[in-house]
Design a protein around this ligand. Structure first.
Ligand code: GDP
Ligand code: MG
Length: 436
């Protein structure tokens, strides 16, 4: 994966006591190759690595106290810039605000429409979904089922074969019902085709949306970028929604699309469930690509799922490097409530790689929970005291093996190290602010 390859590239630097122009150059070259393997456009890969090299020279990586760390930071910053720097808001002015959703068939438009509606509803907005995909009867049903599930009205006219007409009627209805936002789901084809383009163009003209979002499947790599280009030429959309970024982050599309079409990625979608939608944060994505996990997103999701006080305590502990096995245990228990376990685990620094090839379901936590529950409060707070005899006692008590106890302690230690590094790297600046 991109993560593994980048990690490999950094190794060249990290192991070295001394950094030279030669190994900076070869590391940069490896990074470029890793990016291209991940389907990043050649020009983009070259530009970004040229900047990394220049920055490394400008900032005297060679004489830095921790050169590997500074170099990683430079790469992180450049990737963040490449993806647009900051999270970009959606324009929801107007009564109602009109959001038009476009993209190829199967890219995840209908799913995203539901997720976005649910997200806005939670913010107290009156939302209406509009079934603008008139070609497949199943498409209308799909949206209606989602609407029912999340408790949002769906406007549909199954007998009407004119999508422009339907969306105009929907807008009238929304106005009369005092809706704040309508989300217009549209039809897509398997490949870009003129009829589809014309139709969505006509819808755009007819309803004059406040925001046009282009939805694209991140797994399609280089194609995703080309499709984005074509849609942008016709629709001049306002933002991109990157879907199917589940589990292991595939960086290619995320990294290229902003650079190629110069439109920001606004959302990312990481699963089929209605909760699996996140605002796209370039810096967090860069961290994920670099295998540093995504603690902030994890904490945010955790905040949604459990009470704020507990989340605040957890944030503080992470920031002060005081995260202990009690916290780990309560986090696991919360994660189980949040669904998509593997994804969430992947956000914990250092965990992504460890769990990449493992099948994870909620039962996989049982031995881990058992091990921690067999520890004394003192051991949970300070795992360093868990010596050989204690390990044996814990293994016996939890019905696991010494090996399993060792593994857990090792993983936990790695996690703590990663958190420490993240805290150090991001300093009191970004993390400090977000963790409030
Ligand atoms: P549309 O044709 O563009 O409306 O695409 P759909 O919303 O119907 O999605 C196509 C398929 O992709 C469905 O099976 C969805 O459940 C699935 N899907 C959508 N978004 C995601 C995602 O973020 N992750 C995963 N794994 N599947 C997704
Ligand atoms: Mg659809």
């Amino acid at each position: 994966s991109l993560q593994d390859k980048l990690a490999g590239a950094f190794k060249t630097l990290k192991g070295k006591g001394r950094i030279t122009d030669v190994n900076i150059a070869s590391t940069v070259k490896e990074i470029r190759r890793a990016l291209m393997d991940a389907d990043v456009n050649y020009k983009v890969a070259k530009e970004v690595t040229d900047r990394v090299k220049q920055e490394a020279l400008d900032r005297d990586v060679k004489i830095a106290v921790e050169p590997g760390q500074l170099f990683t930071k430079i790469v992180q910053e450049e990737l963040t810039q490449l993806m647009g720097g900051k999270a970009q808001p959606v324009n929801l002015q107007g009564s109602p605000a009109i959001v038009l959703i476009a993209g190829l068939q199967g890219s995840g438009k209908t799913t995203f429409s539901g997720k976005f509606a649910s997200y806005l509803k939670k913010q107290g907005k009156q939302v209406m979904l509009v079934a603008g995909d008139i070609y497949r009867p199943a498409a209308i049903t799909q949206l209606q089922v989602l609407g029912e599930q999340i408790g949002v009205d769906v406007y549909a006219e199954p007998e009407n074969k004119n999508a422009v007409d339907i969306t105009q009627n929907a807008l009238k209805e929304a106005k009369s019902k005092g809706k704040n936002i309508i989300i217009v789901d549209t039809a897509g084809r398997l490949a870009v085709d003129e009829v589809m383009m014309k139709e969505v163009e006509n819808i755009k003209k007819a309803i004059n949306p406040t925001e046009v979002l282009f939805v694209v499947d991140s797994m399609t790599g280089q194609d995703a970028v080309n499709t984005a280009k074509t849609f942008n030429e016709r629709l001049d959309f306002d933002g991109v929604v990157l879907t199917k970024l589940d589990g292991d982050a595939r960086g290619g599309a995320a990294l290229s699309v902003k650079a190629v079409v110069d439109k920001p990625i606004k959302f990312m979608s990481t699963g089929e469930k209605m909760e699996d939608l996140d605002i796209f944060h370039p810096d967090r994505m860069a961290n994920r690509i670099l295998g540093m996990g995504d603690v902030i997103s994890l904490v945010e999701r955790a905040q949604q799922a459990y009470d704020e006080d507990e989340a605040k305590k957890l944030n503080k502990k992470m920031r002060e490097n005081k995260f202990d096995l009690n916290d780990f245990l309560s986090q696991l228990q919360q994660i189980k409530k949040m669904g998509n376990v593997k994804d969430l685990m992947g956000m914990i620094p250092g965990m992504g790689k460890a769990i990449k090839d493992i099948d994870i379901d909620n039962d996989s936590f049982k031995p881990i929970e058992a091990v921690i529950q067999s520890m004394t409060p003192g051991e949970r707070e300070n795992p360093d005291i868990i010596n050989g005899p204690r390990r044996k006692r814990i293994a016996n008590g939890s019905g696991t093996s010494i090996q399993q106890v060792n593994n857990l302690l090792k993983q936990f230690e790695q996690m703590r190290k990663m958190m420490k590094r993240m805290n150090k790297m991001q300093g009191s600046g970004k993390l400090g602010k977000l963790f409030g």
